[in-house]
Design a protein around this ligand. Structure first.
Ligand SMILES: [Zn+2]
Length: 133
C-alpha cells in the first residue's frame, strides 16, 4: 500500500470506484483532523481570542459582549467590540471612566450612585432642565 496524503490534489485524482483508495485517503484525512498538535493550536487560539475579547470588552465596560464576539469570530470579534459603543460611566466627581456596575469610583472612591443623584439635583437647582435626572 503506497502512502496517501490528505490534499486537494490527491482528492482530485481519486478514483471513487476504488474502495481501497477511498479508504486510504479517508484514513489519511482523519489522521490530520485528529492530530493533537492541531487541537492544541486551535485550543490556544480560542483561549487567546477569548482573553483578548474579555480585555477589550472590559475597557469598553462590555466584558460579556467582548467574550461572546471573540468566541464566535476570533480576533475579528476584537475589532467588533473595539469599534462598538462604550458603556463606561464617567465619575461625576473626577470624570474617570468606571465600569457600568461599579459602586464606587476607582479613582477617587466617590459613591457613584450618590454622586450621580447629587449631580442631577444640582442641575435642577441651577435651573438646567435640559438633561433628564
Ligand atoms: Zn471619581
Amino acid at each position: 500500500m503506497e502512502p496517501v496524503e490528505c490534499s486537494l490534489a490527491a482528492l482530485s485524482t481519486l478514483d471513487s470506484s476504488d474502495f481501497d483508495a477511498v479508504t486510504r485517503i479517508n484514513e489519511a484525512c482523519l489522521k490530520v483532523l485528529l492530530d493533537p498538535a492541531l487541537w492544541a493550536w486551535m485550543t490556544a487560539f480560542t483561549v487567546i481570542s477569548i482573553a483578548g475579547g474579555a480585555l477589550i470588552g472590559r475597557l469598553k465596560g462590555r466584558m460579556t459582549a467582548g467574550i461572546i464576539w471573540a468566541a464566535v469570530l476570533g480576533p475579528i470579534g476584537w475589532i467588533v467590540i473595539a469599534l462598538g459603543p462604550s458603556r463606561l460611566l464617567a465619575c461625576p466627581e473626577c470624570a474617570k471612566p468606571n465600569q457600568p456596575d461599579a459602586i464606587v469610583c476607582r479613582q477617587c472612591g466617590a459613591n457613584l450612585k450618590r454622586a450621580m443623584q447629587r449631580t442631577a439635583r444640582s442641575r435642577l437647582k441651577a435651573g438646567d432642565n435640559s438633561a433628564p435626572p
